[in-house]
Write a protein that binds this ligand. Sequence first.
Ligand SMILES: [Fe+2]
Ligand SMILES: [Fe+2]
Length: 238
Amino acid sequence: MFTDKIELKDFEKMDPEYKDLLGRVLTIQSDCEIGGPHLYVEQMLPVAPTKIDQLIVARTAAEEVDHFRKVARVAGDIGVDVSFVLSMPNQKRYVEAFRGLITTWEDFAVFGFLIDRVGRYQMEEFHDCSYLPLERILPDIVTEELGHIEYGHNKTAELIAKGDQNKEKIQRALDFWYVTALDMFGHSHSPRSERFRYWGLKRRSNEQARQDYMNEVAPLIQALGLNVPDPLKGRKYL
Ligand SMILES: [Fe+2]
Ligand SMILES: [Fe+2]
């Protein structure tokens, strides 16, 4: 296990595998950050039901753009230009969750509740990581993700409280995003994931992170009066 802490000035002398993995994870992270706004701004912003909802959609998008900017700077400093992800079509996104388009408030709410939470998990993998410039951008990003998650959670509860048909719609959205969320953690037996851990660039195995996530969301889903979907149904990455 690699236990050193690396600054930008040390990066050049690092093992090629380390350079490759760090560049890779920063590219994917920057893609996920900008992927959110590309999913929901177009359809959700102009038809927000209240001024507050509209402000929150805009602010959430602005925060994701800022997360992109922060991750892109860390990547740029090691010579990895991630600006191409800004104009990448949704269908080409690295992570499947960002390949569609969000067109309903049920989806927007559950997306915050479940997918921003995966975003938080992804960032928390870098706690105490070997690359210090990456660790330094974490606290602000995680704080903002907590806000996105809370809004999603509250909005989900609010929509459910409006009546039974809404609850069914929310359950359908949850069924979709839950499976999508679990797939975001990747294959359980990923050799690359083990290399990330070896180099101190991730804390947990994919399976461990996914299990922690499932343990965290199950009681929240149940408290909303919803059913926890079958964790294996429709999964693509097991
Ligand atoms: Fe983010
Ligand atoms: Fe977010």
